[in-house]
Design a protein around this ligand. Structure first.
Ligand code: ADP
Ligand code: ZN
Length: 212
C-alpha cells in the first residue's frame, strides 16, 4: 500500500504517519526529515535547501523531486510507503505520476489554522532520528530526550511564530490545491484532526481501513 499524508504544518500528519507505518510495516518517507538530515550533513541538497527551510519557504521542486525519486526506488519501499510532506505542490504530484508511482490513498489531516498556531510552540523533534513530540500532547518520557534514541528533543528554528504564519500561507497557496488534484482521481479521504492524538489515530486508521 502506497499512501500520501497531506496536511498543514503542525496538523499532526507526521505523528499519524509514524503510527500507520508501524502498524502496517511500511516505511515512512518524510521529506522534511530527509532535508533536515541533509542540512545537518552539509550535503549539496542540504546546502541549497537550508535558506528556504529557515524562512519557512518551500525548497525548489527539482531538489525535493530528486530526493524522492532516489528514496522510493530503494528496496525497503517496495512493500509500500507513506509519503509525509510530499507532494507539496501540483508540480511535485505530477512528477510522482510521471515516475510511475502508484498511490492507493491520500489522507488529509485537517486542522484549522488557529489551532495550529496555538499548538506549534510545544512542538519538538529529535535532532538525531527525527521522531516528533509535543510538550503537551506527546511528551518525551525524559524531558528534552528522545524516547527511541539518545538524541535531543528540540524546537525547530522554523517553528518560530512568524515563520509558522508564512508556512501556513504557503500551505494554502501551494499545497491545498492537491486536495482537488487527488479528489478528482477519487483518492482523497479527509480526517478531522482531534485534540487528542489517540482520537485522530482511530479516525486515521478507520480512513485507511486498518484495525486499531
Ligand atoms: P511541516 O510539515 O511541519 O511544515 P516538514 O518537516 O514536512 O514540516 O518540512 C519542513 C520544511 O522542509 C518545509 O517548510 C520546507 O521548507 C521543506 N520541505 C519539506 N518537504 C518539502 C516538499 N515536498 N517540497 C518543498 N519543500 C519541502
Ligand atoms: Zn531520536
Amino acid at each position: 500500500m502506497n499512501l500520501i499524508f497531506l496536511g498543514a504544518p503542525g496538523s499532526g500528519k507526521g505523528t499519524q504517519a509514524e503510527f500507520v507505518s508501524e502498524k502496517m510495516g511500511i516505511v515512512p518517507i518524510s521529506t522534511g526529515n530527509m532535508l533536515r538530515e541533509a542540512v545537518k550533513n552539509g550535503t549539496p541538497a542540504g546546502l541549497s535547501a537550508k535558506e528556504y527551510m529557515d524562512r519557512g519557504d518551500l525548497v525548489p521542486d527539482e531538489v525535493v523531486i530528486g530526493i524522492i525519486k532516489d528514496r522510493v526506488a530503494q528496496d525497503d519501499a517496495k512493500k509500500g510507503f507513506i509519503l509525509d510532506g510530499f507532494p507539496r505542490t501540483v508540480q511535485q504530484a505530477e512528477s510522482l505520476e510521471k515516475m510511475g508511482v502508484n498511490i492507493d490513498l491520500v489522507v488529509e489531516i485537517h486542522v484549522a489554522d488557529e489551532k495550529i498556531s496555538a499548538r506549534m510552540g510545544g512542538r519538538r523533534v529529535c535532532d538525531s532520528c527525527g521522531a516528533s513530540y509535543h510538550v503537551e500532547y506527546k511528551p518525551t518520557k525524559v524531558d528534552g530526550k528522545c524516547d527511541s534514541c539518545d538524541g535531543n528533543a528540540v524546537q525547530r528554528v522554523d517553528d518560530a511564530p512568524e515563520t509558522v504564519l508564512s508556512r501556513l500561507k504557503t500551505y494554502h497557496e501551494k499545497t491545498a490545491p492537491l486536495r482537488d488534484f487527488y479528489s478528482q482521481r477519487g483518492k482523497l479521504k479527509t480526517v478531522e484532526g482531534q485534540e487528542e492524538i489517540a482520537d485522530t489515530k482511530r479516525l486515521t486508521f478507520e480512513a485507511i481501513g486498518c484495525n486499531n
